[in-house]
Design a protein around this ligand. Structure first.
Ligand code: UT7
Length: 322
């Protein structure tokens, strides 16, 4: 089975935080952040909720797709930082945009979430369970950052991206994905401690934040991106030259450039916007997809590769024809 993209959208908090702004509240510098990551600024919420961002991105995508919200059979939000555990962010979107006929749920595959969600939608299409879906990646990671930890808090940003997709016959679609829970400690965020009548609650327990072994994730990323991109190309019997655009998870410029070098992909086929948004986890690929769509650099029939990696550990790539 395969799909076509009908429309895309994105949304970010108004508040922009530059590297210099961060250097006023922690021991860091514009030079360090730029050199090690390529990030120059990011959007950090000063009021918008996760729900506001995902709903706005969804509204833009549905409008651009030119469909009625009632036509949606499926809404999936990839996220690890929603406002509520229940209802899901997807149910909130359903209510806000009036998509009364959709089945709605969230998935958490960290920064690979948008890839996983597209593959789930493709499975729904294959099983005849849906025809039109809204797939969103949205995060408010600033909610779970340790703002005294300069090694993580300078990297991430808040935002949401969305795509309306529709089942399509005879279109190219290949995927490769994987997970490795054995290396889960490399990027970890533990929820609050359990509180129930049978547990002695440790009142002095510290607040939980996201923590990351940056170097380990870096080593994992530079290996896994080329591996899963090569796998999807091999499945399709194509080479890098046959692909028009590669949309990689926006974590670090050095990671993207390393993948480009290993796969011999010219940099003009790999758009980047991490300088503007930082790492927005599950939102990074759909935000980039929307940017590329709005710029009209892609046309019907073009082949694109999407590739994500992140906590879990998780990874995945999709090769699709537009
Ligand atoms: O979507 C999830 C995927 N996550 C990623 O892709 C992250 C992958 N990892 C990375 O991108 C890089 O490992 C980082 C950007 C996180 C770190 O870069 P690095 O080159 O691996 O730096 P490092 O951790 O080895 O730190 C080098 C130095 C240390 O100081 P000492 O020990 O050499 O004195 C750090 O304490 O840089 C220091 N440092 C900072 N200095 C200024 C760490 N963070 C900062 C900072 N500003 N923000």
């Amino acid at each position: 089975m395969a799909m076509t993209i009908l429309g895309t959208g994105s949304s970010f908090p108004e508040n922009t935080v530059t590297n210099d702004d961060l250097s006023k509240i922690m021991d860091t510098s514009d030079e360090w952040i730029r050199e090690r990551t390529g990030i120059e600024r990011r959007h950090i919420t000063s009021g918008e909720d996760h729900s506001d961002l995902v709903c706005k991105a969804a509204e833009h995508a549905v409008k651009q797709a030119g469909i009625q919200p009632e036509e949606l059979d499926l809404i999936i939000v990839a996220t690890l930082s929603g406002d509520y555990s229940v209802p899901s962010a997807a149910c909130i979107v359903q209510d806000r945009i009036g998509a009364a006929n959709a089945v709605c749920f969230d998935v958490n595959a960290a920064c690979s979430g948008f890839i996983y969600a597209l593959n789930i939608a493709n499975g729904y299409f294959s099983a005849g369970m849906a025809e039109t879906a809204l797939i969103i990646g949205g995060e408010v990671l600033s909610r779970i950052m340790d703002w005294t930890d300069r090694s993580t808090s300078v990297l991430f940003g808040d935002g949401a991206g969305a795509a309306v997709i529709r089942k399509a016959e005879n279109k190219l679609y290949e995927t490769s994905q994987g997970s490795d829970g054995n290396r889960g400690n490399a990027l970890i965020y533990k929820r609050e401690q359990i509180r129930n009548p049978y547990i002695q609650v440790k009142e002095d327990e510290e607040e939980n934040h996201l923590s990351m072994d940056g170097q380990m994730v870096y080593r994992f990323a530079v290996k896994v991106i080329p591996k899963c991109i090569e796998e999807v190309l091999e499945k399709a019997g194509l080479t890098v030259d046959d692909v028009d655009c590669f949309l990689l998870h926006q974590a670090n410029r050095r990671i993207v450039e390393s993948a480009a070098k290993r796969l011999h992909i010219p940099l003009d086929k790999i758009p980047m916007n991490l300088q503007e948004f930082g790492n927005t986890s599950a939102a990074s690929i759909p935000i980039l997809l929307d940017e590329v769509y709005q710029s009209k650099r892609l046309k019907k029939g073009d082949k694109i590769v999407l590739c994500g990696f992140g906590g879990g550990l998780t990874w995945g790539a999709i090769l699709m024809e537009l």
